[in-house]
Write a protein that binds this ligand. Structure first.
Ligand SMILES: Cc1cc2nc3c(=O)[nH]c(=O)nc-3n(C[C@H](O)[C@H](O)[C@H](O)COP(=O)(O)O)c2cc1C
Ligand code: SF4
Length: 440
């Protein structure tokens, strides 16, 4: 199987190797066509965003206004802070020039003269890789004004690597733009969408690192070729980052629609000790988890996962074996979203805290059946009631973990209900009050 985003070519991160393997030929080809034709090809290729929502890349580009005096921008989202996601960093490290070429083609297609590659601040190593690559591209005249001499034509664009300060919320597109503008990274209310009102109020397109890195291959080999790879409704290859209880964790580039069980057992080497799988989160920690007995026949693409009751997200597959304490896992995931909530809207700010308190109570052995119900109720009240999708990111794991593994949560609270505890109020008298199970 041909790899598009992370090809097995040694030293592909070096400009000479990239050029020797056809580097920048896609951009040269793009320059011979009209920008709208490029957008049309990307639309027809079926390329969908790899940052979480799997939205059509070509369609998004087509929203950029054609006639405007305002400057247009491209933001490449490399914040990658979702637990279980670690694939964009591989591109920064092993294929930075294809990303740069993808940026040139995208900027040409949407008419942007400036691109920001936004990278989470803590990823020093990868910021350095990308800065170095952009510097090299400038030196060679592949980026910036010299592009006009090197490639011909009148088009040129600039690329800046922008470091975030390290917050999950900065990956949300409108938050990312506020961060670049030097503002507090609160997500903005949408509409208006970035294509109308983006960076400094100007038309802006935001795409994930992996999404943009696919573009040169589409232009070089044609949209028909790309559309024929993997699942027709979500074609191409996808970088699957496999972590947790597998023998060979790592990033695997495979055609969309590859069976989840093949990825876990064939590519990632199966589960240590041949243990059974209890739970898999297929797209990063914010996506609905699947039970071990729900995995058979599940294909890894947006539509198939939706049918299976989850979502593709960032393709970060988190595997948990039969010995995993899911109450603990959920408490840890919830702590993350509680910590990362920007606090702008009440359901997310308060709800994440309530869910964490409830989970901690259950973990301490002080929970009741009512708490299990309450968890789902709080999650339901967050979902759909917030400014940005961090609300869903926090609510989905709780809602689906509890409903799909209810037996585990109920067993845990029944354990605590059966335990005799010292009456806290009258503890001086050392009276013992058994907590009776609450039936609701
Ligand atoms: C809380 C939150 C965090 C996000 N973090 C990222 C991220 O780190 N990288 C990313 O590409 N998209 C992230 N997204 C999705 C972006 O808002 C946006 O949809 C995406 O960058 C668009 O690119 P794509 O269409 O190529 O997927 C996040 C969304 C939310 C709600
Ligand atoms: S959903 Fe959460 S992270 Fe998003 S704007 Fe509201 S408070 Fe902030």
């Amino acid at each position: 199987m041909e790899k598009i985003v992370l090809p097995d070519i040694p030293n592909f991160d070096k400009i000479d190797t990239y050029l020797a393997n056809g580097g920048f030929s896609a951009y040269r080809k793009a320059l011979t066509q009209y920008p709208d034709d490029i957008i049309d090809q990307v639309k027809k290729s079926g390329l969908r965003g790899r940052g979480g929502a799997a939205f059509s890349a070509g369609l998004k580009w087509s929203f950029m206004p054609k006639t405007t005096d305002k400057p247009k921008y491209l933001c490449v989202n490399g914040d990658e802070s979702e637990p279980g996601s670690f694939k964009d960093r591989q591109i920064f490290e092993y294929n930075p020039f294809q990303l740069i070429e993808g940026i040139l083609i995208t900027c040409y297609a949407i008419g942007a003269k400036t691109c920001y590659i936004y990278i989470r601040g803590e990823y020093h190593k990868w910021v350095k890789f990308m800065e170095k690559a952009v510097e090299t591209a400038y030196e060679k005249g592949f980026v910036g004004e010299k592009m006009k001499e090197v490639f011909g034509g009148g088009f040129f664009c600039d690329i800046h690597v922008h470091k975030g300060a390290g917050a999950y919320i900065c990956g949300e597109e409108s938050s990312l733009m506020n961060s670049i503008e030097g503002k507090r990274p609160y997500p903005r209310v949408k509409p208006p969408f970035p294509a109308q009102n983006g960076l400094w109020g100007n038309p802006t397109t935001i795409n994930n690192v992996e999404t943009i890195t696919n573009v040169p291959a589409i232009i070089n080999k044609g949209w028909e070729w790309y559309a024929s790879i993997g699942e027709p409704k979500h074609p191409g290859t996808i970088l699957f980052g496999v972590s947790g209880h597998v023998n060979k964790p790592g990033v695997y580039e495979l055609p969309s629609g590859t069976l989840l069980t093949d990825i876990i057992y064939s590519y990632a080497g199966g589960v240590p000790g041949n243990k059974k799988i209890k739970c898999v989160i297929p797209g990063g920690s914010s996506m609905p988890p699947l039970r071990g007995d729900q995995l058979e026949g599940v294909k890894m693409d947006a539509e198939s996962l939706r049918m299976a009751g989850s979502a593709i997200g960032t393709g970060g597959i988190m595997v948990m074996d039969e010995d995993t304490d899911l109450v603990k896992v959920l408490a840890r995931i919830t702590k993350f979203y509680y910590h990362e909530s920007c606090g702008q809207c009440t359901p997310c700010r308060e709800g994440t805290g309530w869910m964490l308190k409830l989970l901690n109570r259950i973990l301490r052995g002080e929970g009741s059946t009512k708490d299990v119900e309450l968890l789902v109720s709080v999650a339901n009240n967050i979902e759909g009631n917030t400014v940005c999708a961090l609300g869903e990111a926090a609510a989905w794991p709780v809602k689906f973990m509890v409903t799909r593994f209810r037996d585990e949560f109920e067993a845990r609270v029944k354990e605590s209900a059966a335990r005799e505890v010292v009456n806290k109020v009258h503890s001086m008298r050392r009276t013992v009050n058994p907590i009776s199970p609450i039936n609701i």
